[in-house]
Every structure is written in structure tokens, then in C-alpha cells.
Ligand binder design. Structure first.
Ligand code: GLA
Length: 390
């Protein structure tokens, strides 16, 4: 892989005259359970994938950032002065790069040399597998190395999230960047988003596979809906705080929530908060049943998570619901749910290895009949976090 990337780089930018090119990688992520809990002080349980974003770079002599993506070939090479990093919709994918440059600069870490950068990724865009956070983290890791800024990974993770919040304008939590930065091969990460303490849990599922199914429905309007959900949760929290001493929705058990839910004035905000509280508890239970090797119980929690995202948090859509319901009907399926921000994107299912072929065939066929889309299936392969490929 590395050799071929270096060849592509050379083809695009010619022999490096500034420095020898280096290669970096950041994965995509899939969240097993714990959806929309990360900006509510709750827990998440994602893992990094072996698919992700590669970046090859070398210094140039021009004080210019040159960017080329093999995923957006028609755009050719884009050039930016080192000081030129303001958000502009017309800059498309390069905004994710400029956002990271901008955040480093705000932290006092300023690029004083230009770079030629080639990017290529194998995560489907807009599928809810965090292609954008992957691009942010591959860039943060790359710049950190080229300029020897010596930032620990968890700082790069936070910087990626700030870039998304402040530069791109999506008020996301920290799950995606954390999973991508801190991922570990064959492990999921139980992360407490309140204080960033985390534990790795081995995902040795023996007779089961984690299967990702892409609706191939683009996540239209997802960003504005996402920010709306965040506001609704904040409103619910504010109402609860008039009677309870809590900092986040994640501080509550289901029982406490049920007792005080009527303090939340807006019924919509009440439903959103219910999801956040219950989903956080489901995530903790999921971690514990996984430790006991009770995959059946894990699957049941995944199913409950989907129902709650569909009915209370209302971030599912017809295509996701069709895929999940079809999955539930298949032999060998322990659980299935939408994953990520929703409104399109992917589902994640726990499928017996000897049922995967029939799962793909049956779900694929029925999905085609019931929607306007064709689904794609991937067997998740869980890999390490963002790094230089030496
Ligand atoms: C997106 C966000 C994450 C998280 C999920 C929903 O992926 O970037 O921070 O909120 O949605 O769980």
C-alpha cells in the first residue's frame, strides 16, 4: 500500500524537492452502541475500522499548501497560502484540512513551510462512517509530525472536534475523533465522554461478524438536524437542572429520569432526553454483557437502541428502518441498529458467520424491492488508530 501511495504522490507532484514524502493513515469508525450520548456526557462504544484515509506529504519550497484528493480528481490540485484558512463552502473537502490548520494556529502552532499533500480514502463518503473526522485526524497527525509539534494523540482528537465545531459548524461530540485517534486493532472503546476516561474491550466474537450495511442514502440536511437535536437536549437538561443537581443527562439513571421527566416542559425535548439517558445506560450494560460473552443480550440492546433512535430521538429514516427490520427477520442475527448520526448512512448488525451470505442476499434483495436504493455490505474489520505508516 505504502509503495503504491508514494508512486501516486510522485505522479501528482513529481520528485519531492523539499523533503522525502511520508505516509499517514487515519481509520473510519463504526459505533456499536451509544448513539447521541457523546454531547450529553454519556458513554459511547465505537471501534476504528481498517478502512480509512491515507495522506502522503512532503515539504515544498513555496509557502503554499497544495492539496489533491484521488476521491475528487476533477477538482485537481487546490492551492492555499499558509495564512489562508477561512471556511468557504466552495472549498469542499479541503475545508476539513484548512480547519485543522486553523485550529493548530489558534493553539499557537503555526506552519512556516508549505506542503504538497495527496489524499486518498476508502471509506464511503456521507455513509456515517466518519470520513470527515478521518480526514481531520489524518491531517492533524501529519502536521504534528512534519512540524514536530509533539502533541499527544488525545490533543489531536480534541483539536479535530474543535475544527468540526468551530470551522465546519457541526456541533458534534467527541466520539468520532476519539475512536479514530485512539482505536485499537480488534477492540472497541468504551469512552466516558464526560471526562475522556476509556477502556478497550476485545471484540473476539468467534462465530459472529459485525456487518455494516450502507443504505446508500446520502445524509441530506443531517448537519442542521444534528445541531437541532443538540439544542433540544440542552433545553431538557436546563429544565431538569431546576430541580436536580446534575451536570449532564448522562448523570442520570433511568429511574431518576422517569421520576423527574415531567419537569421538562417541551414534550419533544423530553423524548430526546429520554433517549440520551436510556441509551447511555444501554451502553454500559452492553459493555458488561460483552465482558460476560453474552452476545445475545448485546444484540437485544442494539435493537432497543434502534427503536429509541427511531421513535424518541427521531434520527432514523425509512431506508435505515427497512434495513434494520429486514435484518431482524434473518436467521443468525443477534441485533441490528442504525449507526452514527442517522438520516441515512449505515446500519450495524451482529450476524452469525455461517449466516452472512444469506443475510447479504436476503436483505439486499428485499431492500432493493422496498426502496429506491441498492445496499452495500461490509464485514467490519477493526484496526488501529491514526498513525504514520513507517
Ligand atoms: C456523529 C457525531 C458524533 C456523535 C454521533 C451520534 O457521528 O460526529 O459526535 O454525536 O453522530 O452518536
Amino acid at each position: 500500500m505504502k509503495e503504491s501511495l508514494l508512486k501516486h504522490y510522485q505522479f501528482q507532484f513529481g520528485e519531492a524537492n523539499g523533503s522525502k514524502p511520508s505516509v499517514f493513515f487515519a481509520p473510519g469508525r463504526v459505533n456499536l452502541i451509544g448513539e447521541y450520548t457523546d454531547f450529553n456526557g454519556g458513554h459511547v462504544f465505537p471501534c476504528a475500522l481498517t478502512n480509512g484515509t491515507y495522506a502522503v506529504a512532503a515539504f515544498n519550497e513555496d509557502k503554499i499548501i497544495r492539496l489533491y484528493s484521488e476521491n475528487f480528481k476533477a477538482e485537481g490540485v487546490r492551492e492555499f497560502a499558509l495564512t489562508q484558512h477561512t471556511y468557504n463552502e466552495a472549498n469542499g473537502w479541503t475545508n476539513y484540512v484548512l480547519g485543522v490548520v486553523d485550529q493548530f494556529e489558534k493553539a499557537g502552532l503555526v506552519m512556516d513551510r508549505g506542503l504538497n499533500i495527496l489524499v486518498t480514502g476508502n471509506i464511503p463518503n456521507g455513509a456515517g462512517l466518519s470520513s470527515s473526522a478521518s480526514l481531520e485526524l489524518v491531517m492533524a497527525t501529519l502536521l504534528n509530525a512534519f512540524f514536530d509539534w509533539q502533541q499527544p494523540m488525545v490533543e489531536l482528537v480534541k483539536l479535530g472536534q474543535r475544527s468540526e465545531n468551530q470551522f465546519i459548524g457541526v456541533q458534534c461530540g467527541i466520539m468520532d475523533q476519539f475512536a479514530i485517534g485512539m482505536g485499537k486493532k480488534d477492540h472497541a472503546i468504551l469512552l466516558d465522554t464526560n471526562n475522556l476516561t476509556y477502556e478497550y474491550a476485545p471484540i473476539a466474537l468467534e462465530d459472529y461478524n459485525v456487518v455494516i450495511t450502507n443504505t446508500n442514502k446520502r445524509r441530506g440536511l443531517a448537519d442542521s438536524k444534528y445541531n437541532e437535536r443538540r439544542v433540544e437536549c440542552e433545553r431538557a437538561l436546563a429544565d431538569l437542572q431546576t430541580v436536580l443537581d446534575i451536570q449532564t443527562l448522562g448523570d442520570m439513571t433511568e429511574a431518576v429520569f422517569d421520576t423527574y421527566a415531567n419537569q421538562i416542559q417541551d414534550p419533544l425535548a423530553r423524548k430526546r432526553a429520554k433517549h440520551a439517558v436510556y441509551e447511555n445506560r444501554r451502553t454500559l450494560k452492553a459493555y458488561s454483557v460483552l465482558n460476560d460473552n453474552d452476545l445475545k443480550a448485546f444484540g437485544a440492546l442494539m435493537n432497543a437502541s434502534h427503536v429509541s433512535l427511531r421513535d424518541d430521538f427521531e434520527v432514523s429514516c425509512k431506508e435505515l428502518d427497512v434495513l434494520v427490520e429486514l435484518a431482524w427477520q434473518q436467521q443468525g442475527v443477534l441485533g441490528s441498529r442504525m449507526t452514527g448520526a442517522g438520516f441515512g448512512g449505515c446500519t450495524v448488525s451482529l450476524v452469525a458467520k455461517d449466516s452472512v451470505d444469506s443475510f447479504i442476499e436476503n436483505v439486499g434483495k428485499a431492500y432493493r424491492e422496498q426502496t429506491d436504493y441498492q445496499a452495500d455490505f461490509y464485514i467490519a474489520s477493526i484496526g488501529d488508530g491514526a498513525r504514520e505508516l513507517k
